[in-house]
Design a protein around this ligand. Structure first.
Ligand SMILES: Nc1ncnc2c1ncn2[C@@H]1O[C@H](COP(=O)(O)OP(=O)(O)OP(=O)(O)O)[C@@H](O)[C@H]1O
Ligand SMILES: [Mg+2]
Ligand SMILES: [Zn+2]
Length: 331
């Protein structure tokens, strides 16, 4: 998939910042050791000196035998100093690699290039930048697990599902928290169903926040918005690669399925997204006000049989949006 040039620049900046950050950590560690343990610092300097010696040796044009002997000697010196340095650090209570430069990506050593190609970590950063751009109009930072209250849900009346609304919603909250905290690939998708104002968007945005912080690419959007954008691009009225991104993001949150305008184009788009993501073992969170029978009428058996393999969360209670507007919390 090709991405807009600006996302490559964002990724480059991100990787440069990462490398600079790791270099800052190393410089700070070196300053600390220099100040507290000058003898360990001196060891570290001698170790760095062996690299200089190696360069000189390479440029000295010795005979093969002389070169090999000198090289072996240098190697032994380097090893001896390294062992000594590590032992001294450990003796003073530091990690043995306290004076090593650490890499966020061990493949490309934070250069963004591995094996002559853009490293995986670089492409992940590009994808995250593109996803962030697609999410820019979403209220991603507005909802959090911590401000999801169970007090809005009835604690007395048993619902047709055989428990109180509060019990059902406590389970849903737990489920979503665990899902977000243990997010990994591949994992299952979620189908959130329930009437308006019961917290589906709130919980899915909360999941998005946690999963984005783990470094995954997450696209969050309402079906009406994302589908409209995809349609505009499909008919050449807008630039972008929304559809490939919807297929490719680590996690896709497709909110409010069924609220979009009814069309053949949208229902086949929905099928393709779900089918492609399932084949690639990538999770999708779908939320909707529709009943299963309504989903079948609208999107067909093939789509719904795929949705049915996801974990289903039924939302219960009375419209929280309304309760908040009228200022009443029921107990
Ligand atoms: N348990 C809760 N605690 C605190 N705020 C909540 C809770 N549930 C919902 N809200 C808030 O109520 C409003 C409506 O919730 P939300 O948008 O998540 O409902 P929804 O199930 O997605 O509804 P719809 O089907 O209409 O999209 C939001 O502002 C949300 O933050
Ligand atoms: Mg919603
Ligand atoms: Zn890398």
């Amino acid at each position: 998939m090709s991405f807009d040039e600006k996302f490559y620049r964002t990724a480059e900046n991100e990787i440069n910042a990462r490398r600079a950050g790791n270099e800052r950590v190393l410089a700070a560690n070196e300053r600390e050791i220099k100040q507290k343990f000058p003898e360990i610092y001196a060891l570290n300097r001698s170790l760095a000196g062996t690299t200089g010696k190696l360069f000189r040796l390479i440029n000295e044009h010795k005979s093969k035998e002389e070169f090999e002997a000198a090289f072996a000697e240098l190697e032994a010196e380097n090893l001896r100093l390294q062992t000594q340095l590590r032992q001294s650090l450990v003796r003073m209570g530091y990690a043995p690699d306290y004076l090593d430069l650490h890499y966020s990506c061990s493949l490309c050593r934070d250069t963004g290039v591995y094996d002559g190609r853009r490293c995986e970590c670089f492409m992940e950063a590009v994808k995250r930048a593109a996803a962030a751009d697609l999410n820019r109009s979403s209220p991603l930072n507005l909802s959090d697990f911590s401000d999801f209250s169970l007090m809005y849900y009835d604690d007395k009346q048993i619902t047709p599902m055989g428990a109180t609304a509060r019990e059902i919603m406590a389970e849903n909250l737990d489920y979503c928290r665990n899902y977000a905290e243990n997010f990994h690939l591949p994992c299952d998708g979620i189908l959130m169903r329930g009437r308006t104002g019961l917290g589906k968007t709130h919980l899915s945005l909360s999941i998005a926040g946690v999963v984005i912080n783990k470094g995954y690419s997450v696209i969050y959007g309402s079906a009406p918005d994302l589908f409209r954008k995809a349609e505009q691009e499909h008919f050449g009225r807008e630039d972008g690669n929304t559809v490939p991104m919807l297929m490719d993001s680590d996690l896709l949150i497709l909110d409010d399925i069924g609220a979009e305008f009814e069309s053949k184009f949208y229902s086949s788009l929905f099928y393709n997204i779900i089918n492609n993501r399932m084949n690639a073992a990538k999770p999708t969170i779908v939320s909707t006000n529709l009943e299963i029978s309504e989903l079948i009428t609208r999107y067909g058996e093939r789509t719904v049989s795929r949705l049915a393999t996801m974990d289903e969360l039924i939302f219960a209670g009375t419209d929280v949006r309304l309760q908040r507007r009228t200022g009443g919390i029921k107990n």
